[in-house]
Design a protein around this ligand. Sequence first.
Ligand code: CTP
Length: 401
Amino acid sequence: MEREKRILLCVTGGIAVFKAAALTSKLVQQGYKVKVIMTESAKEFVTPLTFQALSRDHVYMDTFTEPNPEKIAHIDIADWADLVVIAPATANIIGKLANGIADDMMTTTLLAATAPIMIAPAMNVHMYDHPAVRKNMETLRQFGYTYIEPNEGYLACGYTGKGRMAEPEDLLSMVDHHFIRQENPLWYGKKVLVTAGPTQEEIDPVRFFSNRSSGKMGYAIAEIAAARGATVTLVSGPSALTEPHGVELISVRTAEEMYKAVDSRFAGTDVVIKAAAVADYRPKHSHTNKMKKTDVDISIEMERTTDILKSLGEKKEKQILVGFAAESENIAENARKKIRTKNLDLIAANSITSDGVGFQVDTNELMLYDANGQEYLIPLTTKKQAAEYLLDAINPLMEEK
Ligand code: CTP
C-alpha cells in the first residue's frame, strides 16, 4: 500500500482563511494527511478548533508548546511534510520568508522544511503590486517556491483587482498535479492521442457495416493516461461509454472521419495509441436513399479505407506509435509483421478467440511486442489494469526518445 501524502498547510491571517478551512476538508476527503500551522493573526479569522476538526489533528501555533518531549515540533513537522502549502499567504509571511526571518512556529518550520513549498497569496490589489512584495515574491521564486496565482475580482477590502486567493478546488487541483507530476515524470504534460471504438461505414441512410468493438480498451487507456497527467485526446467511433474524466473527446463515425481527426492532430502529438477497430473496407457507393429490397440477391462492392496507422507510420517523426492487433491465429508472427509494415514502436495483440479477451468484455489479455524485439505478456486482467501495464511498457520507449 502506498503511504498517504502529507500536506503541511500554513494558514496566515487574512479573510481567505475560510477558504483554507474548505481546502483542509477537501484534502482530507481526497485521502491526504493534513497538519495545520496557524499564525496568531489567522486565529482572529477562524478558530484553531475548526482546523483541528477538519484535519483531525493538533493545530500548531506556538514554537514553545512542545507536545512531545522527544521531538522538536517545528523540525519534526517540517521533516514530516511531502508538500507545504501556504494559504492564504499574506504580504507579511512572504516578506519574512524572503528575508529568512524565523520568529514564530510557522516561520521556523518553513525555514526548516525541505519539501517543496507552494504559496497562495491573498491581499489587497495595491499591496500585491507593491514593489517590496513583488521583490520578495521574486526572491522566493528564485529559492524554488511556486505560486498559486490569486484571482482577479472583488476583494474583501472593497477594491476590485488581483489579490483574491485562488479557490479551494483550484488549490486542491494544484496539489494533486504536484504529485501526479512527481510520480509520472514521463507522462506529465505529454500530448497523447488515443483512438477507440468501431467505425460505421454507410450502405444507405439506415444501414452500415461495423464491428463488435465497444471502445472499452481505448477509453481505459485514455483515462489512465489522463490520470498520469497527460493531455489526452480521444478520437472515438460510436460508443455507448461515457466520456472519461479530463479527456478531450472527438466523436467520429467513419474510418475517413477518424483518419482526418487523427491526421490533423498527429504533428503535435507525443504518443499515439490506436485501439480503435477501424473498418478495413467500406461500400464503394453509399446510397442516398434507403435501398429497397427486390427478389434477387445483391452484392455490395467494397473498397479499402485508408490504413490510418500505416499512414501515421509513414510520416512519423518523434512520435511513439502504438498499434493494436486483433488476431485469431499466428499472433506473434502477424503482430511482428505489423510492427514492420506500419513502422510501429509497439503493438498490443490479443487473441480474439480466447475467453474474456477482446471485444465488449471488461477484461483483456494482451501480448506486447516492441520494435526492439522485446515482448511482454499482460495476463488476463481488467481493461483498466491492462491500460496501466500498457502505458508502463511505453515508458522505456519514452525514455529512449
Ligand atoms: N487500423 C487503422 N486503420 C485501418 C485499419 C486498422 O489505423 N483502416 C489500425 C487499428 O486501429 C489497429 C491496427 O491498425 O491499431 C491493427 O488492426 P487489425 O485490424 O488488427 O489489423 P489490420 O491492419 O487490419 O490487418 P489484418 O486485417 O490483416 O489483421
